[in-house]
Design a protein. Structure first.
Length: 94
């Protein structure tokens, strides 16, 4: 699948165990994809993993509004902001 629309059409048929998505998708973005999956009775319990290079400071708050649980790589509920993310933080901690 290459777009949120394709995913929304295919998810009920394919019934995957988990949805892996980016936030920046052509057409309908990943935020809307997550909203629609969460509002669908048959799909609402599906785990969703977001992998994105989105650096918008508002992104963590927008994801939290969708029921996001911070990953262990996030610090204080905020996405790492350095270009190398958690890898740079680990190096700097040494």
């Amino acid at each position: 699948m290459t777009s949120a629309i394709e995913a929304l059409l295919d998810l009920p048929v394919l019934k995957p165990q988990v949805l892996l998505t980016d936030l920046r998708l052509p057409g309908v973005d990943g935020f809307e994809l997550i909203r629609r999956v969460r509002s669908d009775e048959k799909l609402s319990g599906m785990p969703i993993i977001v992998v994105s290079a989105d650096t918008d400071p508002a992104t963590p708050e927008r994801i939290a509004a969708l029921g996001h649980v911070p990953s262990p790589l996030e610090k204080d509920g905020q996405t790492p902001r350095s270009p190398e993310g958690p890898i740079a933080e680990a190096r700097n901690a040494e």
